[in-house]
Design a protein around this ligand. Structure first.
Ligand code: UD1
Ligand code: CA
Length: 449
């Protein structure tokens, strides 16, 4: 069993600098979903046909491992693309052909399609789906399941009857039949392309048995992405599918239509996802955590924590910690348990110990902060001297008064106190009080002359 995935088309209709099949659908390129579906259906030998500038696709699929790539120098049509990808095909192979622009097709569906073949022993099987209006899909004609022809939307004339069977772009061929059919392909059609859809017709004309598999599966499974509008539709379908999976696992979603979760994200039972949430990359949301109107990327939110109206990228939020509203956790913000990261607080490349609070207006960058530390309103680390970054360390139980600047590199000892309004440039030992500000002068009777 070998699979060929066609991904060399120009994708002109996308009007994009990115290759069509590399457009992301919830965190993964379109074509990666197709590769994964083929693998799920049991295909280990998968060839992806890419164009001359296919390096981008090879790099994009590096996590899939063990793929074969073939290059179609010029995009002269889907049939021409299969020719380019047919080098590994042997006569007695079963060859599955998939379009690389159909991210919603599943391994389960492919298995169902394959199963139909073993019953019928045909040389080729074309997968058609019921559709009230075939639209820009190819129209499939058959008599009692025996293939007649596929006519592309652009080649349809008045002489063609209307049909409700659309060509999904999924085919199964016997290796020898495919190779034979490809040799005879011509490009005499409105687009001057070598259509793969003509191969079943060629085989049929030779007297082979070519069958049509009629599917009544939801049309969304076969969404082929040709335009940005199709891409948005596919994201919508994929989002619903991913959200449903999480809800079935016991995740509560108040309004799934307003929630965008990448396929790679993990969410534990009991977590609650409120509207306006975007979870990207390798986020993990643990038991009973609550996320409200926030954008999180590659971030772990541990049990019973909450993140509200905030942005996080490459951060860890410890169990029971509350973040937001309006906090910004940047890469390397490792927040301990039961912390309070309040409004207008930014944390970057800093470890924050358990029970530490910064309730409002703070910037903590390049710092190691102990447990139970309190940052009052407006406390910051001055970590950058214009050339280099420096670290600040703060011991357990320290108290950093309001509106103070900790000019790094600097150390604040355990249980030390920094007086409000201080600009600290020298270390403050443990249990000491550091005051670094002008002493107040009070001049009496200001209004008397
Ligand atoms: C194709 C089918 C159509 C079917 C539809 C399903 C043909 C002629 N038409 O039309 O019957 O209903 O898919 O979605 O096959 N590609 C290459 N090299 C090329 C041209 C295309 O690799 O020279 C790849 C594209 O990257 C794409 C796939 O083949 O992934 C399908 O090509 P596309 O141009 O999107 O075909 P459709 O017009 O959608
Ligand atoms: Ca297409």
């Amino acid at each position: 069993m070998k699979a060929i995935i066609l991904a060399a088309g120009k994708g002109k209709r996308m009007q994009s600098d990115l290759q069509k099949v590399m457009h992301p659908v919830l965190g993964k390129p379109i074509v990666q979903y197709v590769v994964e579906a083929a693998r799920d259906a049991g295909f280990d030998d998968v060839t992806v046909v890419v164009g001359k500038d296919g390096e981008e696709i090879k790099v994009g699929l590096k996590n899939c491992g063990g793929l074969f790539f073939a290059v179609q120098d010029e995009p002269l049509g889907t049939g021409h693309a299969v020719q380019a990808g047919s080098e590994r095909i042997k006569d007695d192979d079963d060859v599955l052909v998939l379009c690389g622009d159909m991210p919603l097709v599943t391994g389960e569906f492919i298995k169902e399609f394959m199963a139909s073949r073993s019953k019928e022993k045909a040389e080729a099987v074309v997968c058609a789906v019921y559709r009230e209006n075939v639209g820009d899909f190819g129209s499939v004609y058959d008599t009692d399941g025996e293939f007649v022809e596929i006519v592309e939307a652009k080649d349809i004339t008045e002489k063609h009857a209307t049909t409700t069977w659309a060509n999904t772009g999924i085919y199964l061929f016997k290796g020898a039949s495919l190779l034979r059919g490809l040799k005879k392909l011509k490009n005499e059609n409105s687009q001057g392309e070598y259509y793969l859809t003509d191969v079943p017709k060629i085989l049929k004309d030779e007297g082979a048995s070519v069958r049509v598999f009629h599917s009544y599966a939801d049309m969304s499974v076969f969404t082929g992405i040709n335009t940005q509008i199709h891409l948005a539709e596919a994201v919508g379908h994929m989002r619903a599918r991913i959200n449903a999976r999480h809800m079935m696992n016991g995740v509560r979603m108040v309004d799934p239509a307003s929630v965008f979760i990448d396929d790679s994200v993990k969410i534990s039972r009991g977590a609650v996802i409120y509207p306006g949430v975007i979870l990207e990359g390798f986020c993990e949301i643990k038991e009973n955590a609550v996320i409200v109107n926030s954008h999180l990327k590659d971030t772990i939110v541990r049990a019973n924590a909450s993140v509200r109206n905030s942005i996080a990228d490459g951060a860890v939020v410890g169990a029971g910690t509350n973040v937001g509203p309006f906090a910004y956790l940047r890469p390397g913000a490792l927040i301990g348990e039961r912390c309070r990261i309040g409004n207008f607080v930014e944390v970057k490349n800093a470890t924050i110990g358990d029970g530490t609070a910064m309730a409002h207006l703070a910037y903590i960058g390049d710092a190691d902060v102990g447990c139970g530390v309190n940052f009052s309103c407006g406390a910051i680390t001055a970590n950058y001297d214009g050339k280099e970054k420096h670290r600040t360390t703060i011991g357990d139980g320290a108290f950093i008064g309001s509106n103070s600047n900790l000019v790094a590199p600097v150390n604040i000892g355990e249980n030390a106190v920094v007086a409000a309004g201080s600009t600290i440039t020298d270390d403050v030992p443990s249990c000491a009080l550091g005051i670094a500000r002008e002493r107040q002068i009070v001049k009496l009777n200001r209004y008397k002359n």
